[in-house]
Every structure is written in C-alpha cells, then in structure tokens.
Design a protein around this ligand. Structure first.
Ligand SMILES: [Zn+2]
Length: 154
C-alpha cells in the first residue's frame, strides 16, 4: 500500500490546510485557548475525550520537529508544555499523552490527550474511534476554554 500522491505534495507544503488557515480563533475542529509566539492550542469540539487539544506550529510549513532550528523547537515544546500544564490543572488526568503524527495532515502539530481514571484503554495508546463522534456540549466547551485561557495567563 502506498501513500497517496497528495500526501507528498502536502508534505512539502502544497495545499496545506494548516498553512492556509492562518491563526484563527476557532476552526471547524476546535476553539483556541492559547496563542503562543509560535503555536496555537485548540480545545477540540469532538466528544472523543474531554480536554483533547491540538497544538499547531504556526511558523513556516514544516512536517517534522527535526526541521526546526533548536530555538524554534525549544519555543514550540515549551508552548506545548504550557498548554498541557493548563489541561492538567483543569482536568486532573491520570496521565497525559502527546501524539505527534501528521499522517493525514503533515504540518507539525501535537495532539494532547488527557487520560482519565475511567479510560477506554488503560495502559495503551489512546484508541481514537473511526469517524467523527458528536461534539461536546457547547456550554461545557466554552466554560473549559475560559478556564484554560485563565490558566495560560491569556
Ligand atoms: Zn503547512
């Protein structure tokens, strides 16, 4: 099985949706709670897991952390940690997972997934369901975003 040709093009930044979107306050998938110097953290609307967040690198198009200069990499990971610290303070997970994948959208981003005492697969990587589950309640989402913004000092 081969990667589609479109993947190679996106890998080089052609037709990259994350480059094209700029730095919006909200996307179809999430609401931003932290706008850093080099990244944006979006609390996801999906009900897959409460607190599920995606942190998107907002510099030039890169697909891998290895494409960053040392100071860019430090800035990025420090911002990922800042967002994750806010998530831990607000949601009190048992464990926090960081997925750097980019297999369908190869623009560097990090999935932060809080793992709770009640979890779909303790001891293993988080089992993302196929398809798109319902969004979480809008009032809950907005309240979480507000709390996370305060915790990030924004
Ligand atoms: Zn890109």
């Amino acid at each position: 099985m081969k990667w589609p040709q479109s993947f190679y093009e996106m890998r080089e930044g052609r037709g990259c949706a994350m480059c094209e979107q700029g730095r919006p306050e909200e996307t179809a998938h999430g609401v931003r709670f932290f706008a850093g110097a080099v990244s944006d953290a979006y609390l996801q609307r999906t009900s897959i897991q409460r607190g599920y967040t995606v942190v998107v690198w907002r510099g030039r198009h890169v697909a891998e952390p290895t494409e960053l200069a040392p100071e860019e990499a430090s800035a990025y990971w420090l911002e990922v940690v800042r967002a994750a610290r806010a998530l831990e303070t607000h949601f009190h997970p048992v464990k926090t997972n960081y997925n750097v994948l980019g297999n369908s959208l190869p623009h560097m981003h990090t999935h932060i997934i809080p793992r709770y005492a009640d979890d779909p697969r303790p001891g293993w990587p988080f089992p993302f369901p196929e398809g798109e589950p319902d969004p979480i309640d809008e009032d809950v989402l907005r309240a979480d975003v507000e709390a996370l913004r305060k915790l990030c000092g924004t």
